[in-house]
Design a protein around this ligand. Structure first.
Ligand code: C2O
Ligand code: CU
Ligand code: CU
Length: 511
């Protein structure tokens, strides 16, 4: 460990414990001592900054800033003129080390959303570091190619920190993806969708008063890659669009304005086996969707809008019970971004019929096939406006693990999430850290089928997921396999206001 001299005691201890862990966990780490040099080493800091978003005064934001210390310099890219980013690019099998420094005035921790990492590298809220402190994240990239992302995860402050601008992308590539022959380089575009509210001096407003803690924060305007009124200038070519919903609470029902189907090629955990067409796609907070967007048949000058369509059931207020009161309710229609075809270019690519191979889990192979672990959304009411969302009636406790939250390494399990709170029914995007999962079944209560019908055709359950949208009255079964790492991980609602208010729990993987 040649850098030992530069590490503080705490970092050194973490490195040492990682080496110890490497000896006991999974085949991926064995034989790769952490004293060996990483393939990619990045210095990353979270810091306050200013960026020009609206005409006039700059906006104060928090942002990640990075620098490549070792490895390919193009492994790190900025999102130009944005508070978001950076984009980290790694290949499957590489070992990544990220030296993180917290230059914020409060505690923070980074979670690598969708990446399967050792427990102390995953950004569990107990691993927060204070202002001025550093933490070294180091892990092998074992995920398949896909669009993963990173964001803060301090308990109770994830919502405001992400809202302030802290969110970047972690794009993984592998040989299978290379062989798929998808648009690359400038034709491979990440699009991070968020909603924000600005005051009259262009500063971000984050308020969770009134319905805010119940429904979550909803902004008044839509930003893409940190820009309002986002327009994508494209050529007459096929594009790979990687969409991330980086919003705190807003759910999108995405569709092209001219009714052309969306061609979905990937989800949270990378490419599907084959492309699937959808008239619209649901994208809940934390989720990613990848599209094949072919503009080769469109004349130069064409404009097309990616919009979010109206749907119901997303928020308590939309049910009519509380009256809502949000300027742009969750489920309201609006344009997300505009595409303008600006240049003629020859197109050589055609949509591949085969994208990737997916190992399908079989439900009967799950150790608890006949008795799935059930996680029910519940709530505790402390007066009309004081609602706390819970999982199996428990709020998050830093290290607490309930008996039904203990699993064994190397087992395939069936988990069932149930959203049957009435009358306070609303949507909850449930996210699990660690292994990605496969969605095998959805059911909805007959009395809540009406709002479900406004979204169901937009589910893409064909691929690997780390987040699943649970509509009111819905129950969803997933299959997931705990392999590679033992330890403490969290699962939670990715409505960040719900998460911050305690809608998160630990689960423990042991041998
Ligand atoms: Cu993207 Cu635990 O979160
Ligand atoms: Cu995550
Ligand atoms: Cu929730």
């Amino acid at each position: 460990m040649s850098q030992r001299r530069n590490l503080n005691r705490r970092e050194f201890l973490r490195c040492a414990s990682l080496s110890a862990m490497a000896l006991v966990t999974g085949s991926w780490l064995s034989g790769r001592a952490t004293s060996s040099l990483p393939d990619l080493e990045i210095a990353l800091r979270a810091t306050a900054s200013e960026v020009s978003i609206l005409p006039g005064q700059p906006t104060r934001v928090w942002t990640y800033q990075g620098e490549v210390l070792r490895g390919n310099p193009t492994s790190l890219q900025a999102l130009p003129g944005s508070y978001l980013g950076p984009i980290i690019r790694a290949r499957q099998g590489q070992r990544v080390r990220i030296r993180f420094t917290n230059n914020l005035p409060e505690k923070t921790v980074i979670h690598w959303h969708g990446l399967y990492t050792p427990e102390r590298m995953d950004g569990h809220p107990r691993d927060v570091i204070g202002p001025g402190q550093s933490y070294v994240y180091e892990f092998p990239v074992i995920n398949r190619a896909g669009t993963y992302w990173f964001h803060p995860h301090p308990h109770g402050r994830t919502g405001p920190q992400v809202y302030s601008g802290l969110a970047g992308l972690f794009l993984v590539s592998d040989d299978e993806e290379t062989q798929a022959g998808l648009p690359s380089g400038e034709y491979d575009l990440p699009l991070i969708i968020q909603d924000r509210t600005f005051d009259t001096s262009n500063q971000l407003v984050y308020s969770t008063g009134g319905m805010g803690m119940m429904d979550g924060f909803l902004g008044e305007r839509i930003l893409v890659n940190g820009h309002p009124n986002f327009t994508l200038s494209v050529a007459t070519r096929a594009y790979r669009l990687r969409l991330l919903n980086g919003s705190n609470s807003r759910i999108y029902k995405l569709a092209w304005s001219d009714g052309t189907p969306l061609i979905v090629i990937g989800t949270d955990g990378g490419l599907l086996e084959t492309p699937v067409p959808r008239s619209y796609v649901m994208l809940a907070p934390g989720e990613r969707i990848e599209l094949w967007a072919d503009f080769s048949q469109r004349p130069v000058g064409t404009e097309i809008v990616l919009q979010s369509l109206a749907f119901s059931g997303a928020e308590v207020g939309m049910g009519g019970m509380m009256g809502g009161g949000q300027p742009l309710p969750n489920g309201a229609p609006f344009p997300v971004l505009k595409v303008r075809v600006e240049r003629q270019e020859p197109e050589a690519l055609t949509l591949p019929t085969k994208l990737s191979a997916m190992t399908r889990y079989r439900p009967t192979d799950a150790v608890n096939y006949s008795n799935p672990r059930t996680f029910a959304v519940s709530l505790s009411m402390m007066g009309m406006m004081q609602v706390q969302w819970l999982l199996n009636e428990r709020p998050f406790q830093m290290e607490e693990v309930a008996p039904n939250e203990k699993v064994k390494l190397n087992t395939l399990e069936m988990w069932e999430f149930v959203n049957e709170t009435t009358p306070m029914a609303m949507a909850h995007p449930i996210h699990i850290h660690g292994p990605l999962f496969q969605i095998i079944e959805r059911q909805v209560r007959p009395d809540q089928i009406a709002s479900w019908e406004t979204v169901r055709a937009g589910y893409v359950d064909e691929g690997w997921r780390d987040t699943v949208l649970l509509m009111p009255g819905e129950r969803v079964k997933v299959l997931l396999k705990f392999e590679n790492y033992t330890g403490l991980y969290v699962y939670h609602c990715h409505n960040l206001e719900h998460e911050d208010a305690g809608m998160m729990r630990n689960y423990l993987v042991s041998t």
